[in-house]
Design a protein around this ligand. Structure first.
Ligand code: MSP
Length: 513
């Protein structure tokens, strides 16, 4: 049977150009997509832009631009960033596309048909920046300005006719679902926040706006546009051609395996989204993971705070793979993390150039000189060789399990340790002192080459381009990378020519030293 995997990033607001926080969500999603692909899954990886609502309308007005033209421009910068980050997304959805509009209006009609939507009036606080409603107990006043306690974004009073979704009706079914599916919300610390929010009582949710027009119209009442979050969340379905539930994409990939999002938008994904789906009698996604923030100093990096770091600039200075490696390794997954140029340079010099790059160069140079540029043929594994090789075999299913629990920290730690051990093995075995024992020399070389191959396979989801550059040693192309082979100690064909490769990472001369 085919194994399918559907992963999504949030769709980004094209209110301003992308920053490091957005790059982070996307790179992590790409990591999972690539891992699953090399583990023989068919992967749909969706990203895109969330283009309706007052936030975008105002951003366009500020520039005196028609909102669609404005979105076209900025959405393009997100699409370009996908390329720059070497993402393997299989689709890029824009909520201004017809396919999406049709899905949203259909879903709306389903909710109406099932009596989950009614017309009333909303009076309360609204943050345009978050596109979210807040209760009195969720706001504070600082210097005469009312703001959300949680996000610190300004709120404004809203008083208008609005359609409501009967969110309150779904309180119990949601709690039941969380209980039955303990992994639906991860990490656990965040799950508890969501559960207490739901337990504290859900109020019906305003799901339409009348005071502006930039959005998808309510099908039965064109004076209203659909609330931007109901519109945006539906992107996960519209990309699978919903409402055509007979469509192959929908049939094979819904429900989504993983909605990867930032912790600030967990409520929308773990409460509102499953409630909409329950009301529409659709299956719920399997997992929502709320990752931490990239901080700038103590604060979340965000455009409104003016503390953004441009991923493109970092990539221009250091290269893409160092940035991908750094974000995956140094921001402990699930927690917030700071970006520091110094730590990034340390990662490049120590992990990437020294521990990985050097190892590849050393073993290839040694093979060229001492084994006729070929993968050695006559070998005999000893205990110390099997010790290091067996680590992969013994951990194969554990690594899979950890990835299924989004434990990226385990994965990267495994690689860092593997690199350390591989270097230690090569140094301790001293193949340069075994020239009078060709069998032993061959075996050490074979073992080290096998380890390099395994590490390259495991590094592929993190630093894809460099992994492919290193795999040129063995003439292994992208299609040849298969995670299930990391337990095979005899994957490399004996007597096959190996190739010299270019330097993988240049060391950075540290400004701070
Ligand atoms: N448009 C909504 C999402 C709709 S999904 C149906 C949105 N967009 S956003 O552009 O504001 O944020 C998109 C994602 O980027 C969120 O997951 C958010 O957490 C993430 N990040 C934005 N700034 C961030 C950091 N500084 N650090 C890490 N991720 C952060 O919300």
């Amino acid at each position: 049977m085919d194994k399918n995997f559907y992963i999504t990033t949030p769709i980004y607001y094209p209110s301003a150009k992308p920053h490091m926080g957005h790059a982070y969500s996307s790179i992590i999603a790409d990591f999972f997509a690539r891992f699953k692909r090399i583990d023989n899954f068919n992967v749909i990886f969706l990203t895109g832009t969330d283009e309706h609502g007052l936030k975008i309308q105002r951003a366009a007005e500020k520039k005196n631009m028609d909102p669609l033209k404005f979105c076209n421009e900025i959405s393009k910068t997100f699409e370009d960033l996908s390329q720059t980050l070497n993402l393997t997304n299989t689709d890029f959805i824009r909520t201004t596309e017809i396919r999406h509009k049709e899905s949203v209006q259909y879903l709306w009609k389903e909710l109406e048909k099932n009596d989950d939507i009614y017309l009333s009036k909303y009076s309360g606080w609204y943050s345009v920046s978050d596109e979210a409603f807040y209760g009195e107990d969720e706001i504070e006043e600082i210097n005469g300005v009312k703001q959300s306690i949680q996000s610190k974004s300004k709120v404004e009073w809203m008083d208008e006719e609005s359609y409501f979704f009967r969110l309150s009706k779904w309180e119990k079914p949601l709690l039941d679902y969380y209980k039955k599916n303990p992994d639906f919300i991860l990490p656990n610390s965040r799950k508890n926040e969501v559960i207490s929010f739901v337990k504290s009582g859900l109020k019906d949710l305003s799901v339409s706006r009348k005071s502006f027009t930039w959005g998808i119209k309510v099908p039965s009442n064109n004076d209203h546009v659909i609330y931007v979050w109901l519109d945006a969340l539906t992107n996960y379905l519209s990309a699978l051609n919903y409402p055509n539930t007979n469509d192959k994409l929908y049939k094979n990939f819904w429900p989504a395996d993983l909605h990867l999002i930032g912790k600030d938008i967990l409520r929308f994904h773990a409460v509102y989204w499953p409630a909409f789906l329950l009301a529409a009698k659709l299956p719920l996604p399997k997992k929502v993971y709320g990752h931490g923030w990239i901080l700038s100093g103590e604060e979340k990096m965000s455009k409104s705070k003016g503390n953004i770091l441009d991923p493109i600039k970092i990539i221009e200075e250091y290269g893409l793979d160092p940035l991908r490696y750094y974000l995956i390794k140094e921001v402990s997954f699930g927690n917030d993390g700071n970006i520091s140029q110094e730590r990034l340079e340390d990662c490049i010099n120590s992990d990437l150039a020294n521990n990985f790059g050097n190892l590849c160069q050393r073993v290839t140079a040694f093979t060229i000189k001492n084994c006729g540029s070929k993968v050695p043929k006559d070998i005999k594994f000893e205990k110390e060789d099997l010790n290091i090789l067996d680590r992969y075999k013994n951990n194969l299913s554990k690594i899979r399990e950890k990835i299924n629990n989004q434990d990226i920290n385990f994965y990267i730690e495994f690689i860092v340790n593997s690199l350390f051990e591989a270097n230690k093995y090569f140094n301790d075995q001293e193949p340069w002192n075994k020239k009078d024992n060709q069998l032993r020399l061959n075996t050490i070389v074979y073992t080290t080459l096998e380890i390099v191959r395994k590490i390259c396979f495991m590094l592929y989801p993190i630093i894809p381009q460099t992994s492919l550059n290193a795999l040129k040693i063995f003439d292994i192309k992208e299609k040849g990378i298969n995670f299930s082979t990391i337990d095979n100690h005899s994957f490399l064909k004996k007597d096959k020519k190996i190739n010299k490769i270019d330097i993988l990472f240049k060391k950075i001369e540290k400004k701070s030293e």
